[in-house]
Design a protein around this ligand. Structure first.
Ligand SMILES: [Zn+2]
Length: 488
């Protein structure tokens, strides 16, 4: 909550804004002055002091223009001060007095809705404002309309959030990438389905052109749509990052490049959320994982555990949610063609080990599924005999059923099971236990892989709707630990 106080005093005409305003707010002075004049009012020739409190809260964005303008007009007796009671004002003004679409508004509206005041905001922000339920919202296009309404000469359009709201959620999502377009790559598609069903982290290993990015982009389409409160959270984070909030139940998909700074990933700057938070409740895709600097990969570990990032700046700390599903991709070796049948790879075993070691053990350890993709033969892409590829919608139905089973059984998805819960929820029959023991010994699976294998096996069983984990589930989960096997 920011309180805007206006004082008109004696002395030489001046216009001061205090309360640590940042550059954008300082520009607000010029906009407010011009808007008041062009809207047909005198700009008071007095010593004007505007205080934005609390002073130690960093402020940015143009949303303070309207409250400052209204405050000056009230101090100058153009509007009765009583008219401002139980009302909150938001919005950036143009020099002509028009109310413009204002960035970073949504989190402020959500907070404002709790005050039960009537909120007056730019009509251009109506769509995102309609996400805020239970708020008394009034829309205006111009400063003059607001002033007329405060004088009781007209009324402002009310935004009935319920109607606008259901519209967003009933309209089908805009076209999303569909699995039906991906030929072959059965192992990759299956791994994607399992990852979607249990919210498991996924690492795709394969040569260039194997379709790693194609598969990753299709994960959001396999996940259930966001609920309304979740969509509001996602939209708020986008708004806080200065982006136009997306409306609807679509899950975010973010793929920052490996050149992105740690601040861009984690957030920072003017306390704004980064890529990890923009991927909240959606998918964070890191292509060419070993190319990311080590400090960037280290920065992922904490949010992967806690589902949030904490940013500290100028004695203030700010926590942004960041519960994303991680999908990463990498080549099998530095040149990308290890295992290629045409023998294009000349990387030594030592080079391959060094390349894989660039990703820290603790990070890999947090990724439940590692799957190897083969290069697709050209005839597979262009040949006549195209298989009947399954659509994302069909896979999404199985995923939804498997997720429901998990939530009913344990109140969370399998990837989120704590070590103590794994023993209880992922109990194995004797045969399966024997198989897992053999795999650990013969394939050299690390001990830390043990819990990951159990959780993934649990998800495989859930996808079949089976209460028991069977040997085939364990066998499949073991196969999905490619990086735990010695390289080469
Ligand atoms: Zn190579």
């Amino acid at each position: 909550m920011v309180r805007v106080e206006v004082h008109l005093g004696a002395g030489l005409p001046a216009f001061n804004l205090v309360g640590l305003p940042e550059a954008v707010v300082r520009e607000s002075k010029e906009r407010v002055r011009a808007a008041i004049l062009t809207a047909g009012y005198d700009f008071p020739q007095r010593r004007i002091t505007v205080n934005l409190s609390p002073a130690d809260l960093p402020k940015e964005g143009g949303r303070f223009d309207l409250p400052i303008a209204v405050g000056i007009l009230a101090a100058d007796h153009k509007i009765l001060p009583e008219a401002l009671k139980c009302r909150e004002f938001y919005g950036e003004l143009s020099l002509g007095g028009a109310l413009r679409e204002t960035r970073k508004l949504l989190p402020a509206l959500i907070a404002g809705a709790k005050s039960r005041s009537e909120m007056i905001l730019p009509a251009a922000n109506a769509l995102e404002a309609s996400l805020v339920s239970g708020a008394k919202l009034r829309l205006a296009n111009h400063l003059a309309e607001v002033v007329a309404a405060l004088k009781g000469k007209r009324s402002l359009d009310a935004l009935t959030s319920a109607a606008a709201h259901s519209q967003h959620f009933q309209s089908p999502c805009r076209s999303m990438p569909d699995l039906v377009d991906v030929r072959g790559q059965y192992a990759g598609k299956r791994a994607l389905e399992i990852a979607a069903a249990g919210e498991h982290g996924l690492l795709l290993i394969g040569p260039p052109g194997a379709g790693k990015t194609l598969l990753a982009q299709r994960l959001p389409g396999l996940l259930p749509s966001l609920t309304e409160p979740e969509a509001l959270e996602v939209a708020s984070l986008e708004s806080a990052a200065g982006r136009r909030p997306s409306i609807g139940g679509r899950r975010p998909f973010r793929s920052p490049p490996h050149t992105a700074s740690v601040a861009a990933l984690i957030g920072g700057g003017a306390l704004r959320p980064g890529e990890l938070s923009l991927a909240h409740l959606g998918v964070l895709f890191l292509d060419e994982l070993p190319e990311f600097p080590r400090n960037a990969l280290e920065a992922l570990r904490e949010p992967l555990e806690s589902g949030a990032v904490v940013i500290a700046r100028l004695k203030r700390t700010c926590e942004f949610p960041a519960r994303f599903q991680l999908v990463a991709a990498m080549n099998p070796c530095p040149c990308g063609y290890a295992g290629d049948s045409r023998g294009r790879c000349h990387c030594t075993a030592e080079q391959i080990v060094r390349y894989r070691n660039r990703i820290s053990g603790p990070l890999i350890d947090r990724i439940d599924i590692h799957v190897e993709l083969m290069a697709l033969p050209v005839e597979h892409l262009l040949g006549e005999a195209r298989e009947e590829a399954e659509s994302s919608a069909a896979v999404a139905r199985r995923v939804a059923a498997a997720r429901e089973l998990q939530l009913k059984r344990q109140g969370k998805l399998n990837a989120r099971l704590a070590p103590a819960e794994v023993a209880r929820r992922c109990a194995l029959a004797r045969e399966s236990r024997a198989l897992l023991g053999t795999a650990i010994a013969r394939l050299g699976l690390s001990a830390r892989a043990y819990h990951r294998v159990l959780k993934v096996a649990r998800t495989c069983a859930d996808l079949r709707g089976d209460a028991d984990i069977r040997t085939m589930d364990v066998a499949e989960a073991v196969k999905l630990r490619a990086l735990d096997r010695p390289a080469g």
